[in-house]
Design a binder for this molecule. Sequence first.
Ligand SMILES: NC(=O)c1ccc[n+]([C@@H]2O[C@H](COP(=O)([O-])OP(=O)(O)OC[C@H]3O[C@@H](n4cnc5c(N)ncnc54)[C@H](OP(=O)(O)O)[C@@H]3O)[C@@H](O)[C@H]2O)c1
Length: 272
Amino acid sequence: MKEVLITGCSSGIGLHCAMFLKEHNFRVFATARKNEDVLMLQEKGLEAFQLDLQNKDSIHNALNEVLKLTNGKLYALFNNGAYGQAGALEDISTEVLKKEFETNVFGWHELQNLVLPIMRKQGYGKIVQNSSVLGFVSLKYRGAYNASKYAIEGLSDTLRLELLGSNIFISLIEPGPIRSHFRKNAYKSFLDNVDYENSFHKDNYQNMIKRFERKGKDFFELKEIAVSKKVLKILNAKKPRARYYVTFPTYLFGFLKRILSTFWMDKILRFF
Ligand SMILES: NC(=O)c1ccc[n+]([C@@H]2O[C@H](COP(=O)([O-])OP(=O)(O)OC[C@H]3O[C@@H](n4cnc5c(N)ncnc54)[C@H](OP(=O)(O)O)[C@@H]3O)[C@@H](O)[C@H]2O)c1
């Protein structure tokens, strides 16, 4: 059985993907940062470990536990755990921006750098990065998250070149809206970290808060399975592609970005 380690499995895409890959005969190591979620994953029949992307020791410990069970082998890593820090950039402190990067970028880098020597030694491996449509187009009030996903795109593009000929592949998945706890978690980090009542953007924030609180599905939103299927496709591919789009908005913005100047892109993006 091929081994896959996944981060951020407490909810949404990570949780779905862990169950989905298990059903497809992968040996899944599901991780979550809270102990109660690790228990929940174990109750679902998964091999699960605590892994907090903001905590180096926890990353090292989780991987060591996995490697003990696999005789030091790992077929694939799915870097998935992340959150969205909403708010205008002028309302995001450097500390809050750093925190976003600790989880969404540096935690992924730390884990990847532990996994790469293992993959180099065994002579094969796959790294799958859960990026976003916001890894290549920018929207207002998503600057911190945008920056973290652009960083993932840049790091992954470089790593792909550095891995040429190694039989280790790195692929980016770029989803648009997917059903998950993402919006709920982004709302929480917004309330925790942005002084929205004293902001220049106060009025616009009211609309954003309404969107956060709105129940039901976003336009063009797909279920988690849309991403899990791409992960499976990558894991089964002999030579996976660099990028995999998911959802109509990603295809649309991917196309527009290729044909339009920044000036015309801004004319469109300002409405979102
Ligand atoms: N949903 C979308 O529309 C969408 C679109 C494009 C890309 N994505 C990407 O998809 C991935 C999964 O997000 P999702 O949509 O499934 O949202 P989600 O339901 O909020 O899941 C995010 C996961 O990341 C975990 N996480 C957050 N901080 C962490 C940390 N410090 N250490 C370890 N895990 C941490 C969360 O754990 P806790 O429960 O402990 O917070 C949760 O398990 C993310 O990389 C996100 O950027 C999502």
